[in-house]
Design a protein around this ligand. Structure first.
Ligand SMILES: [Zn+2]
Length: 80
């Protein structure tokens, strides 16, 4: 799996919809690739921020999330 492919799987991974096979590849890549590992952490923070923005969580909003990531998550939420 390449980094770009991992990004494609990210949404399904976070929502728990990856197949066992894809999940194995995904997690293997995460263990080997520090960039993607950090990207995932940032992505999860962004989703959390999105929930907070929608009133689904009461945590403090992290202030280190890039605007484009927030926008991407908010755009994705509109599709679901
Ligand atoms: Zn990677």
């Amino acid at each position: 799996m390449k980094c770009r492919e991992l990004a494609d799987f990210l949404m399904d991974y976070v929502s728990g919809e990856l197949s066992d096979d894809s999940l194995a590849h995904f997690e293997l890549h995460l263990q080997r690739c520090r960039n993607c590992h950090e990207y995932l952490l940032q992505y999860e923070s962004t989703i959390k921020a999105g929930r907070i923005a929608c009133g689904e969580a009461s945590d403090e909003l992290p202030d280190d999330i890039p605007d484009d990531l927030v926008k991407a998550v908010m755009a994705a939420r509109k599709l679901t």
